[in-house]
Design a protein around this ligand. Structure first.
Ligand SMILES: [Zn+2]
Ligand SMILES: [Zn+2]
Length: 273
């Protein structure tokens, strides 16, 4: 049978001879959207046959970014983090073909696959299978969004250290189980944020939204909680799912961006509007 992938969010669904009936539940949710042309599905083989390439960027200190050009669906930048006891594949790619699999294998494969939130589940089970049964970690608060169940999927709650120097931290916000991965590395710490913390165009700034495509904000309380939850962690660098990169002063960028958001949504600068 065929594994069908939603062409809008890029999340794999259970195998079936025909595409799943109806709309993708992840895209029908208010944080995503069903395109004007309607729901469409694609298989890994069909995706592989389209002209594309995988871009591999090394960020140093064992962090590698991988992404598809042209992008497919949400078009995430995935991150492979190398450790002495196996690697983490963060926000796994929504596609899987010989080229990207060879790159991941050359970097040492992955022992653990984890996504920042359900939009980033991608082809997590296909990746686990291709890598010989890597653990797939899903936050318990978002487990109901898993479309393709598999014995490799495990739940985690608030904090988890799946590999040396790597801590998954649930922050919530965009989804109740939205998480970041903190890397205790020689760069002074690195945070992989998915869109638990969103990229902003300006250098050194970030944002916090319930929905990025539909521009739905988060409240002041939730943004305060996200920023406060990160206070125990040191991080100079930050990498996001859209390729947002902060190489110095990332913890400061999170703090000041949270304060800016809070000031705006609580009306502290309403006189300027
Ligand atoms: Zn979808
Ligand atoms: Zn998202």
């Amino acid at each position: 049978m065929t594994i069908w992938i939603c062409a809008t969010c890029g999340v794999e669904h259970p195998d079936s001879p025909e595409p799943p009936p109806g709309d993708c539940a992840i895209c029908a949710d208010e944080r995503q959207y069903i395109p004007h042309e309607g729901q469409s599905w694609i298989s890994l083989d069909q995706l592989s046959a389209q002209p594309h390439a995988t871009v591999h960027r090394e960020h140093g200190f064992g962090v590698h970014a991988l992404y598809r050009e042209p992008e497919f669906a949400i078009g995430q930048h995935s991150y492979l983090v190398q450790t002495a006891e196996g690697n983490l594949l963060w926000d796994p790619p929504n596609y899987l073909d010989a080229e990207i699999l060879a790159i991941v294998r050359k970097l040492g494969g992955a022992a653990v696959i984890a996504a920042s939130h359900p939009h980033m589940f991608g082809s997590q089970v296909s990746w686990s299978t291709a890598l010989g049964g890597a653990r797939v970690l899903v936050n318990a608060a978002d487990r109901a969004w898993v479309r393709r169940a598999d014995a490799a999927i495990e739940s985690w709650d608030e904090l988890l250290a799946p590999l040396p120097g790597i801590t998954l931290v649930r922050l919530g916000g965009h989804f109740p189980g939205s998480a970041v991965a903190h890397l205790d590395d020689a760069a002074g710490g690195t945070l992989l944020v998915g869109d638990t913390i969103g990229g902003a165009a300006a250098e050194g700034w970030l944002t916090f939204l319930r929905s990025y495509p539909n521009r739905i904000p988060l409240s002041a309380n939730i943004v305060r909680r996200i920023a406060d939850s990160l206070e125990p962690y040191a991080f100079e660098r930050l990498f996001g799912l859209g390729g947002k990169a902060i190489r110095h002063g990332a913890a400061h960028a999170v703090r000041r961006s949270a304060q800016r958001h809070i000031d705006r949504v609580t009306g502290a600068h309403d006189e300027l509007t």
